[in-house]
Design a protein around this ligand. Structure first.
Ligand SMILES: [Ca+2]
Ligand SMILES: [Ca+2]
Ligand SMILES: [Ca+2]
Ligand SMILES: [Ca+2]
Length: 263
């Protein structure tokens, strides 16, 4: 459905930052949302009362009250991007629709590919107002639990961490010791790391009793093969020593140890 780009500009735990973006809002700390809202805008900006969180939703979006419910909020249209950070600067001076920027925006998500979202149950509305009401669940589900959506992740020069999702994802950690975390074989399967160096593949959530077995296939274990010019990491989930999932470290043949692959 969509190939979604996630990039970070400084050392970031991606999933924690998304969780914090939702957590910064909530019933007693709502984002501001006011101004000229009934015509389409390129972006809508939200800032929590304490400015512990701010985000900008970009696309071709229109705010409409639900007919008959004048105090209701529905965001409709195309949602392309979300930037998460702090320090919302609204260039229009007439509210939080229009020209928005963030003073610091460590996390940028683009290519969301949500078009023609309508109604209160539409993705644009559930994702954006989810965050503004303190819940990142709809965004998390769309990014990481939808097998039709692939992530292209670009890390910073620092130590980044991202918990990968369903779908075929591609991770470039850049500098630093980056952690690519997977919570199931299905989440890891088919994924690629383009620049593995001294980074970490964390499969510990899978609770595989066989542990990391180097280059030897074994039951309920994780092993690797680097004889093809890449390193392919395999895992057995059902005890037959035959791989049930694999992920690839492109162009890497430097060998792996239990400190690179956490099982
Ligand atoms: Ca994946
Ligand atoms: Ca990095
Ligand atoms: Ca790295
Ligand atoms: Ca197996």
């Amino acid at each position: 459905m969509a190939t979604i780009s996630i990039s970070v500009s400084s050392a970031t735990d991606v999933n924690a930052l998304i969780d914090d973006a939702g957590g910064g809002f909530g019933s007693t700390n709502r984002g501001w949302f006011e101004g000229t809202m009934l015509v389409p805008h390129d972006s809508y900006g939200f800032q929590s009362g304490s400015n512990s969180s701010a985000f900008v939703a970009g696309g071709n979006l229109t705010y409409n009250p639900i007919p008959g419910f004048p105090n209701s909020h529905v965001l409709q249209g195309d949602l392309d991007s979300i930037e998460i950070g702090t320090g919302l600067n609204n260039g229009t001076g007439t509210g939080y629709a229009g020209s928005n920027s963030l003073a610091t925006a460590p996390l940028s998500i683009s290519g969301l590919g949500i078009s023609g979202s309508t109604g209160s149950g539409g993705l644009a509305n559930t994702i954006v107002f989810g965050l503004a009401n303190g819940s990142e669940t709809a965004l998390d589900d769309y990014l990481f639990e939808n097998a039709a959506n692939d992530i292209v992740f670009t890390g910073s020069a620092g130590n980044d961490s991202i918990t990968g999702g369903l779908g075929s994802d591609r991770f470039t950690g850049n500098g630093g010791t980056d952690a690519f975390v997977f919570t199931s074989g299905a989440h890891a399967n088919g994924d690629e790391v383009t620049d593995f160096n001294s980074d970490v593949i964390d499969l510990s959530a899978l609770n595989l009793a066989g542990g990391f077995t180097g280059t030897t296939a074994d039951f309920d274990a994780v092993w690797y093969d680097d004889t093809s010019g890449d390193t392919v990491i395999y895992g057995d989930l059902d005890g037959d020593s035959i791989a049930d999932f694999s992920l690839t470290l492109n162009g890497y043949t430097g060998g792996l140890t239990g400190s690179n692959v956490l099982v």
